[in-house]
Design a protein around this ligand. Structure first.
Ligand SMILES: *[C@@H]1O[C@H](CO)[C@@H](O)[C@H](O)[C@H]1NC(C)=O
Ligand SMILES: *[C@@H]1O[C@H](CO)[C@@H](O)[C@H](O)[C@H]1NC(C)=O
Length: 386
């Protein structure tokens, strides 16, 4: 009876917590805690972002705490027209539910009047949090993504756990880790861009024109930071052809990888968000093992703040640029081992030859030759001196 009571209390508590927009407690998966990423000053943490497909409306979101913007009062999610004349509250912190979608990914849903906003938690190891607007997929139903460490199970339960850049997938043996240079998946191998990027000085791809030429050129360097005009320590830069204006479009330290699952029709890419602005560089990776060099094509600004490039390279293939390095070491070892073995054999043969020469020589007594003063040679010498 007591156990039943305890179970009832536990399920009652979790039901209450499940309706808290800050925290989601799942009995087996763990806790999602958004408290640390929401602003508490009445401002939205993510402000005026728009979807790539339609930029007419902008959206703001603050996890956990309410904010006010235009005529959205005490909102959790606000929609604002791009001329800022109209704004609509799409959700409030008071009315929310947490669910798991078919991939067992947590989804926070706000409902407000006719509106439903579903925010899918995308677990990320990137320090910079990101909010992505996918758009209004059916009338009054909005879909968005929150990409954050706090969107991971137990990602932000205790104050700032780890800032490691490695992560393991929930499946038992498969391991995935990445940084701005490498993506490793135990199932497929490693993509290593470190041999492409220039480590010092100008970027390897400098002032590249878009395939639809316009007033700008773009620079990109995989793996290492570069500086050009007012872009300082960046991964990507957009420069006006008159060289008066330049913008940072991506930073190495924010890099993450998408579509790395060999799924058909999804192009793998490395994404470089820039922190200060909403600009973001996506470099699609096209594997071409037969190419001897690396090629960069710039597609340009495909939607507001979204820049797309295409890198075609053997290094964009799984293990495309990692295998040539390791075999060199065993090869050298083998060379030196063979060389020293040959030297040793030659030396031994030489020794044997020498010893054989000495032992096979019959010992004989040399006849003693006695020179006296009367021998003609000595006389000749004496004559010369006189
Ligand atoms: C959630 O995060 C906040 C801020 O980091 C922390 O104070 C709180 O204890 C956390 N709650 C849980 C249930 O982990
Ligand atoms: C790849 O697939 C695994 C399991 O199917 C999933 O957990 C992971 O998030 C996917 N990763 C990417 C980068 O799409």
């Amino acid at each position: 009876m007591q156990i039943v009571n305890i179970l009832l209390i536990v399920s009652f508590c979790s039901a209450i917590l499940a309706d808290n927009s800050c925290i989601f407690e799942h009995p087996t998966k763990g806790i999602i805690n958004l408290s640390s990423i929401g602003l508490r000053n009445g401002q939205p943490r993510f402000r005026d972002l728009s979807s790539p497909s339609s930029s007419y409306y902008m959206y703001s979101f603050n996890p956990c705490y309410s904010f006010t913007e235009n005529s959205c009062y005490n909102a959790a999610v606000c929609q604002i027209s791009s001329d800022r004349k109209h704004s609509f509250t799409l959700g409030t912190q008071g009315v929310s539910t947490w669910t798991l979608d078919s991939d067992v990914t947590p989804v926070l849903t706000y409902t407000y009047g006719e509106n439903t906003v579903s925010i899918t938690m995308i677990c990320s190891t990137v320090v910079e949090d990101e909010f992505e607007i996918l758009g209004e997929y059916t009338v009054n139903h909005y879909s968005m993504h929150l990409r954050s460490r706090c969107a991971c199970w137990n990602g932000c339960t205790s104050p700032q756990t780890s800032t490691s850049t490695s992560r393991t997938s929930p499946t038992t043996t498969r391991s995935i880790y990445y940084d701005a240079c490498h993506y490793h998946d135990s199932q497929y191998g490693t993509i290593d861009l470190s041999s492409i990027g220039s480590m010092t000085g100008p970027p390897i791809f400098k002032d590249v024109e878009s395939i639809f030429p316009n007033n700008f050129v773009w620079s990109y360097n995989p793996c290492y930071k570069f500086s050009e005009d007012s872009c300082q320590n960046v991964a990507g830069c957009q420069i006006d052809k008159t060289r008066h204006i330049s913008y940072t479009i991506g930073l190495q330290e924010n890099a993450y990888w998408i579509n790395m699952n060999n799924t058909q029709n999804l192009v793998p890419a490395i994404v470089y968000p820039s922190s200060s602005s909403n600009r973001r560089l996506t470099v699609q990776l096209i594997c071409n093992p037969s190419l001897s060099s690396h090629r960069l094509q710039v597609l340009g600004e495909t939607s507001v703040g979204k820049y797309v490039m295409e890198l075609t390279s053997p290094c964009a293939c799984w293990d495309g640029c990692t295998t040539p390095i390791p075999p060199r070491v065993p090869f050298r070892w083998r060379f030196w081992m063979i060389a020293s073995a040959v030297l040793v054999v030659v030396f031994l043969l030489f020794l044997m030859m020498i010893t054989c020469l000495f032992c096979s020589k019959p010992k004989r007594n040399h006849p003693i030759i006695v020179f006296d003063e009367k021998t003609p040679i000595m006389k000749g010498v004496v004559n010369y001196h006189q």
